[in-house]
Design a protein around this ligand. Structure first.
Ligand SMILES: [Zn+2]
Length: 121
């Protein structure tokens, strides 16, 4: 994968990550309990005291899952492993990556995995 394509996916992933973090922080506002407010009465303190891990623990599972997936994809980009199927080692098509940049399986392996899932009772 050339640098230009890598940068394209990097931007795509970062945009998705930003959107998720924004969505997640809005979700979090509504979920803050009174106990948390007592610990951090000032909202600025609360924000700065909040570690990344705690933040991830509090947001919805779906978002957390996606954020982790996106971070993993960005790591793979850094390592030059992005776009390589983790099952067969083959290249994942650019079209598939554009539609779903966090994927780690090529379409063939994904299809195989899904048919195996369906085969299970
Ligand atoms: Zn594969």
């Amino acid at each position: 994968m050339d640098i230009k394509t890598q940068n394209l996916f990097k931007k795509l992933l970062n945009d998705q990550l930003q959107a998720l973090m924004k969505e997640a922080s809005e979700t979090k506002e509504g979920m803050s309990s009174d106990a948390e407010k007592e610990n951090f009465p000032d909202s600025t303190d609360r924000a700065s005291a909040e570690s990344d891990r705690n933040f991830l623990l509090r947001i919805r599972e779906r978002e957390r899952f996606l954020i982790i997936k996106i971070r993993e994809a960005l790591e793979r980009l850094e390592k030059g492993e992005f776009g390589i199927c983790e099952s067969c080692g083959g290249k994942i098509s650019k079209e598939r990556l554009k539609a779903r940049p966090v994927t780690t399986l090529c379409i063939q392996c994904k299809t195989d995995a899904e048919s195996q899932e369906k085969a299970e009772p």
